[in-house]
Design a protein around this ligand. Sequence first.
Ligand code: COA
Length: 246
Amino acid sequence: MPLIHVRRDEHIWWLGLDRPSKHNALDQAMVDEADAVLTEARMRPCVLIVHSTTPGVFAAGADIAELRDRDANAALLAINAGLFERLEAHRWPTIALIDGPALGGGCELALACDFRIATQNAVFAQPELSLGIIAGAGANWRLPQLAGLATARRMLFAGERLDAAEALATGLVDEVAGSAEELAERGRTLATAIAKRSWRALELTKLALRSSRPSTTTFDLAAQALLFDGDDKHARMTAFLERRNR
Ligand code: COA
């Protein structure tokens, strides 16, 4: 069964996260499917909308069952970090629609998009440090750039969760919609407005904005590789999985 559901609506492509049994936790198969969609979506102009096919859910982060057994080599492969780099570098604008928890890599996925629209169901958090790892797929630099260093510290160091109103106040999201239906409608309206403009000029403007955006992913990958080979991460992830399995 596919884990990514794609719908093409003229110049809007809907990339739907479709792994409801695991709250859309991103495993390798899902990352590979999302990558394939991105590659295809580069071939002709489109605004890409990243959303969940399940109401009340966005994404619960990287798949902890897979993450627990990844080593330093896997960290350097940059599985999620690489996907989010390619998403941020997508030729045309991208929009994340968030109608539920966006945790860890789920929050980083939303951060890698050009726009974020949420509902009251949205919750944003970076629980990685509780699991013995860093938020190595972009939150260490995209979060402070977007929501400010103080908010980034609260979320990364203390594990604080932001609701939709707090996310709006800090700039983490651009808009809050009143319902899941309104969320889709707002995403469509924004995408339609963008799609009326010159695709080539949009593409060049995205490149122009990216040229002033410093990235620290290289440091994050090295730091994550160190942590992936440690016992602390394995013990903490096992605790998460065993609590859930009881
Ligand atoms: N990786 C792997 N599996 C995950 C997961 C993740 N990141 N998040 C949720 N799941 C799984 C659970 O293990 C559970 O699987 P099971 O039904 O086979 O036991 C299933 O998804 C449902 O999750 P559950 O915790 O029972 O649902 P909930 O409604 O009580 O809570 C969340 C939902 C998302 C709040 C909670 O699952 C959670 O906190 N997940 C982990 C988030 C996290 O730390 N992400 C960072 C990863 S780097």
